[in-house]
Design a binder for this molecule. Sequence first.
Ligand SMILES: *Cc1c(COP(=O)(O)O)cnc(C)c1O
Length: 423
Amino acid sequence: MANYKQDTLCVQAGYSPKTGEARIPPIVQSTTYVYEKTQDMADLFDLKSDGYFYTRLANPTVAAFEGKVAALEGGVCGIGCASGMSATALTIFTVAGAGDNILSSQAVYGGTYNLFSTTLPKLGIECRFFNPDAPKEEIEKLIDDKTKIIFTETIANPAIVVLDFDKIAAIAKKHNVLFAVDNTLSTPVLCRPKDFGANIVVHSSSKYLDGHAAALGGMIIDCGNFEFKGNSRYPAFNTPDESYHGLVYADLPVAFGTKCRAQMIRDYGAIMSPQNAFLSYIGCDTLALRMERHSSNAKKVAEYLSKHPKIEWVKHPSLKDNKYHKLAEKYLPNGQGGMMSFGIKGSVEMCAKFMEALKLITQETHVADVRSCVLHPASTTHRQLSEEDLVKAGVPHNLVRLSVGIENPEDIIADLKQALEKL
Ligand SMILES: *Cc1c(COP(=O)(O)O)cnc(C)c1O
């Protein structure tokens, strides 16, 4: 599949039926699998052969979706998780434990920010946040010999910061530290982090990959381009895992992915369900088409809003005067997705009045599906954050997050227009 283009992989990758088999991946709704020979099962447990023995570890329907996203991201292995949050958490747990630290962009999804700032420290893992716009030297200073991973987002939700891949990749390479990217809002159709130096890609497949707000899910992709062998930063990859018969992960062709599944999925159990994998798999068939439409719609909406007298500012990387327009031209040349944010001139109450006046566009704690929707982060997803942390996360009180769907752009703009007229 490797030579096909992204739009072909969206439709074809991950599952190839043999003669007489179902055209699309069947939902294998079974916890377990039958074997006749004891040795065959023992080999599976020893990771000596491929196959299924218990759905908490692997499932054929989940494997089809894993294969599709791995192909799209150019990775060597995909791991379907119960949600985007579990994908992020398990990525960290695969490499970091008590006494270690991680680096993270401070412009990340609200749930990720909470996980990193509150929950990880309780487990003894420190998170050192950095401003993604800071110079290289400033970010680099945060790294020490206990730093296990640098975590970022391609397009940060909801701050709409476009990642400077070259800058972070250079730091990661210099210090031999893993570089992970949450690629949820750009998807591999618009940007492939591996092409710009990322080693691990994380997704909330609940968003564009599924695309229809039907199935919660997450995905971890091992890009297969990081050398763990002999890297003193990662002793856990270079010493035998006693919980796996002395396996040394750095010796395997897929080191990160194997450790993640064999230890983390096994121990935390946050696997994707077969039903959700099925929905996400078929949702992904139209990903390339949808991203084209999301992007062109959002560009039109951003242009309209940026000229509106009741709007203070608009953030979408397609706008020429956007701070991240240059980075978007470099890393997201085929479209910047449907996510944008804008500031209403006025108070929190004005934001509420505007959102309640919308008719086609609905209020939801969701983004990145086919239907246009809005959210006011300061009073919902980012409610737990202090005033200071809100500013740090790039979420002022009057920010409205708009996820532009694939409806006709004239209808979306007409709805925004009539709601703004009510202010
Ligand atoms: C939604 C989202 C997540 C969390 O994913 P869930 O599937 O809701 O757990 C993580 N990162 C980004 C960028 C998101 O938008």
